[in-house]
Write a protein of this length. Structure first.
Length: 329
């Protein structure tokens, strides 16, 4: 049985999630990749132990994380049951529903039927009575927003989640969802969105400013742009890279000559700051109080140790910000 590091809380920074009472670690561990059927179980355990030993208390999942769908929840549930169970009350475990999960009209999007059924399945896979945060994973153009938000409210009131969040929403829809959940007195505290130096969508669609105005936290996934904001691609595309070995979420067309030059320029800025490119990219996300946490992915424990170093310097000069913006396309 795993025994946690006694000094696990000594160096991690914890940020308040919006105006709620919940604190999240500045760095959270995402189980999107590398926790599926095709991953090594002992390595999964080592990554979870390394994360928790270094103050990463938040583990982020979704119903469809794998491959195959549900595998990440099954694998993490096993690790939790066999190794981490004594520390459950020190952990924030989140999951989501909103993307395709099973055949037929009830296994996708944002209906009450889908969200509640999906969470029931997730809890069984995780072997938990509740999750700490449950998200609706994406906006549904067809289901009334009221129905989706009322389902989130029911989930909390039934004791299956402590808090709720929304993911991949824009600013105007966030505002509408907030109004509904405020009337229902639902503990809605967090938005999860893609955000990194290269992807500024939440700045353009109003989500970032609206979340700040409404007192909601933001947690960012893909802060390293699927590995582009690391030293992996400084000299081209390695044969063992995600582009070559997977290609589902990062394609060769995304690394054109101009992007490669921008990555090299950003790496030079990071060097001047005494950071790796990955450390600077994570620090950039955390530089102001708009962002509660960044979700890192990892394929081995050493990457987690490298990434948590980002919190050692999250301060940027105005000149550095302007220079980074210049290479953000």
């Amino acid at each position: 049985m795993y025994t946690a590091n006694d000094k696990r809380y000594d160096t991690m920074k914890y940020n308040r999630c919006g105006k709620s009472g919940l604190l999240l670690p500045a760095v959270s561990l995402g189980l999107w990749h590398n926790f599926g059927d095709n991953s090594d179980y002992e390595n999964m355990k080592a990554m979870c132990f390394t994360a928790f030993d270094n103050g990463i208390t938040h583990f982020d999942l979704a119903n469809n994380y794998g491959p195959s769908e549900g595998a990440a929840e099954i694998n993490f549930g096993k690790i939790l049951r066999e190794e981490l169970a004594p520390y459950r009350d020190e952990m924030i475990i989140s999951t989501k529903a909103g993307y395709y999960m099973w055949p037929g009209p009830y296994g996708d999007w944002g209906s009450r039927k889908y969200l509640i059924s999906s969470l029931d399945q997730s809890l069984k896979r995780l072997n938990l009575d509740y999750v700490d945060i449950f998200y609706h994973h994406r906006m549904d153009p067809d289901t009334p927003l009221e129905e989706t938000m009322e389902a989130l409210d029911q989930i909390v009131k039934s004791g299956k989640a402590l808090y709720v969040g929304i993911s991949n929403y824009d600013g105007p829809t966030l505002e509408k969802a907030t109004a509904i959940l405020k009337e229902l007195k639902t503990p809605f505290i967090i938005n999860q969105n893609r955000y990194n130096i290269f992807d500024r969508t939440i700045e353009k669609n109003g989500l970032k400013e609206k979340a700040k105005e409404l007192g909601k936290g933001i947690i960012c996934f893909s802060p390293l742009a699927q590995g582009l904001l690391t030293d992996r691609y400084l000299n081209g595309i390695p044969e063992d890279s995600r582009i070559r070995t997977d290609g589902r979420f990062l394609k060769e067309s995304q690394l054109d000559p101009q992007k490669l030059e921008n990555i090299k320029a950003l790496n030079e800025i990071a060097k001047r700051r005494g950071q790796t490119l990955a450390e600077m990219a994570l620090a950039w996300n955390l530089k102001d109080d708009y962002i509660t946490s960044v979700i890192i992915g990892a394929s081995k424990p050493s990457q987690i140790l490298d990434n948590v170093k980002a919190i050692e310097n999250i301060n940027f000069t105005e000149e550095e910000i302007r220079e980074i913006d210049k290479y953000s396309i």
